[in-house]
Write a protein that binds this ligand. Sequence first.
Ligand SMILES: NC(=O)c1ccc[n+]([C@@H]2O[C@H](COP(=O)([O-])OP(=O)(O)OC[C@H]3O[C@@H](n4cnc5c(N)ncnc54)[C@H](O)[C@@H]3O)[C@@H](O)[C@H]2O)c1
Length: 262
Amino acid sequence: MALLTGRVAVVSGGGGDIGGGIARRFAKEGAALAICDLSLEKAEKVARQIRSDGGRAIAIAVDVSQAEQCEAAAMQTVVEFGKITTLVNASATVSPDGNVEKIALADWRRALDVNFTGMFLMCKYVLPHIREARGGAIVNIASSHGHFGLPGRSAYCSTKAAVMHFTRVLAIDYGPENIRANTISPGPIDTERSLRRYGTRENSNRVRGVGQVLGRTGTVEEVAAAAAFLASDEASFVTGTDLLVDGGQTSFKGSSLERYGS
Ligand SMILES: NC(=O)c1ccc[n+]([C@@H]2O[C@H](COP(=O)([O-])OP(=O)(O)OC[C@H]3O[C@@H](n4cnc5c(N)ncnc54)[C@H](O)[C@@H]3O)[C@@H](O)[C@H]2O)c1
């Protein structure tokens, strides 16, 4: 029996690597998908792929920082599929690096608007539909960088820490209505986004993977497996928690040199 048979899931950032991977896995598990993304082209690509594999998916252009667009996306999903049971928030903007003096106020605000307020808005407009479906699950994508800081990335790291605490309170508020809410904190995952930062897959693995507990970076499919678990009844007593999918990154305080020698 597939894990998500009969579910209807909205995935924000669903055109991206991790969001797209989650959407594809959910489709394999029997869910219908509304792929929401700032880039309609990227969302369409994921939706087309799911449909060509025999699944059900639509693509919706949404800037999650815009309340009316989030509300319209929720409505469009219900019109198309009749209900919503599941929400995954995977969208995030790319923020320029720099310490507090160097970060432009506009970049700071954009990080908060997309990574944090966007999650709030998607929850705000999707939750009434999950309630109407008599329960469901929300999976918010945080980051291992919400657990520990990185130089020059206060905007990103702070929004990811905020996502975790927001989700705990969400779980408390909606638990009585049979709506579970959890976060996933991915560690170093191989995606285009990380390739843009680290140049090549080899360099990404050298910088982010080799010094980690499992000695490698993770895959989109490994994050998607965790999301499928949290969205499904297999996680029926799991709410208000954060699932680190980081290959042990957060537990390992050493450096690659200590572990492997120079
Ligand atoms: N890649 C990693 O190693 C890693 C590690 C930890 C956490 N994460 C988190 O996982 C999530 C997905 O990351 P990814 O690596 O797949 O990146 P990605 O850039 O491929 O995906 C992010 C998606 O969000 C979309 N987006 C950006 N702004 C938006 C907006 N205003 N409204 C709607 N959509 C918008 C982008 O178009 C993109 O498709 C992010 O929340 C990221 O912070 C990634």
